[in-house]
Design a protein around this ligand. Structure first.
Ligand code: FAD
Ligand code: DHB
Length: 391
């Protein structure tokens, strides 16, 4: 079959929050792109993942013209609660930082971004098979893939690898230039979505002898609840009654309702450095993963894209490569701070081992210190609402 050949300025692999936001920000600067997505539109619009946006992420989505529904339907939160030793303690994010966070499901962010992309008329190809990157170290990198069996080739000036942790972009970098930093955790999260009003108006993070639990929400009628469980947990061992019992014990109380979704989230810290090779730039989960405690994954993807959009704009508009050259270093400064925060919140709230009696005492001491020290609460709050951007 004849290969169909095309050309664009930026070839974007992956239509997650990173790829779609980049496409939107470039479009607003008059820069052309093509987005390739392996899955279907309905698949990416129904994938339940993160749900909490930092204030800076909300502002970035607003700057990109993607906030109309978010403003109407997002739930702004001025605080959160930490629960341990049988009592809950509020952390007033607004009073400590002047900033807040917003609950709005990742699949809603993705729906808004897909609609905005389709409205521009620029290409977004779902069901792209066998996507491969070529000649990334040259000024004319290429993407090849198959669309309904027909081979395609796209000549680009730049490729943005926004294809998540399992995509082909990071794999296309020469292994000898990549340095990988990684940590896995001896547990996972069992997450459910239930038709029940949230048990508290703000998020509740619980440290309990049985393990961590988190009560969050998607609306006033839809609760999102997470439980620490074994890393390769068999969900068949968690019938509904056991889930509700465990949530009730760890969170103090819970509102029950019909469970409409159930899934397992692995816990991993991962950074691949550098995030650029030649004309290939990695953004979001393609370059780094954080454990979900503190909800930083999607926010970090948005922060990368801010820098990448600015770098590509100064390249295409002014012919200036300075920011492209600093892209990886600028992003990694933030990434490592957020890695540290996510690792710290995970370590503070989870049960690591049944044998170790020392660690729980240290956790309880730190939690007690936190709720009694404004300095410690401020440190948590300013990272939770999101560190300031460098760009
Ligand atoms: P992704 O959202 O992964 O998007 C990458 C896109 O690339 C996908 O659409 C994928 O289909 C596509 N792709 C992959 N391979 C190819 C290919 N070969 N060709 C073309 N396209 C391809 N974070 C939190 O903060 N809190 C949470 O509770 C939370 N829960 C999560 C649960 C799960 C199951 C997962 C996987 C992640 C979760 N995260 C959570 C992390 C958060 O969702 C991610 O950090 C965020 O999605 C990163 O956005 P991204 O655009 O970089 O990557
Ligand atoms: C959510 C997930 C998180 O990991 C978190 O720390 C806060 C909120 C959520 O899915 O709403």
């Amino acid at each position: 079959m004849r290969t169909q050949v095309g050309r664009t300025q930026v070839g974007i692999v992956g239509a997650g929050p990173a790829g779609l936001l980049l496409a939107q920000m470039l479009n607003r600067e008059g820069i052309d792109s093509v987005v390739l997505e392996a899955r279907s539109r309905s698949h990416i619009e129904s994938r339940i993942r993160a749900g909490l946006l930092e204030q800076g992420s909300v502002d970035t989505l607003a700057e990109a013209g993607l906030d109309a529904r978010l403003r109407r339907e997002g739930l702004p939160h001025d605080g959160l609660a930490l629960r341990f030793a049988g009592a809950s303690h509020r952390i007033d994010l607004q009073a400590l930082t002047g900033r807040r966070v917003t609950i709005y499901g990742q699949q809603e962010v993705v729906k808004d971004m897909v609609a905005a992309r389709l409205a521009t008329g620029r290409p977004l190809h779902f069901g792209a098979e066998e996507v491969a990157l070529h000649d990334i170290a040259t000024d004319r990198p290429r993407l090849t893939w198959k669309q309904e069996g027909v081979p395609q080739e796209l000549h680009c000036d730049v490729i943005a690898g926004c294809d998540g942790f399992h995509g082909p972009s990071r794999e296309a970098m020469p292994p000898e230039i990549l340095r990988i930093y990684e940590r896995t955790y001896p547990f996972a999260w069992l997450g459910i979505l239930a038709e029940a009003p949230p048990v508290s108006p703000e998020l509740l993070y619980a440290r309990h002898e049985e393990g961590f639990a988190l009560a969050t929400m998607r609306s006033q009628h839809l609760s999102r609840l997470y439980l620490q469980c074994a890393p390769e947990e068999n969900l068949a061992l968690w019938p509904e009654e056991r889930i509700w019992q465990a949530l009730g014990t760890r969170l103090g109380a819970v509102n029950r309702g019909r469970i409409v979704q159930k899934g397992l989230t692995a816990m991993r810290s991962y950074v691949a450095e550098p995030m650029r090779h030649g004309r290939l730039f990695l953004a979001g989960d393609a370059a780094h993963i954080v454990p979900p405690t503190g909800a930083k994954g999607m926010n970090l993807a948005i922060a990368d894209v801010r820098v990448l959009a600015a770098a590509l704009t100064s390249f295409f508009r002014q012919g200036d490569q300075g920011l492209m050259d600093r892209y990886s270093a600028i992003c990694l400064q933030r990434i490592w701070k957020v890695q540290r925060f996510s690792w710290w919140m995970t370590a503070l709230l989870h049960r690591f081992s049944e044998e170790d009696a020392f660690e729980p005492r240290v956790q309880l001491a730190e939690l007690d210190y936190l709720v009694h020290s404004e300095a410690a609460r401020t440190a948590l709050a300013e990272q939770y609402v999101g560190l300031p951007y460098d760009i």
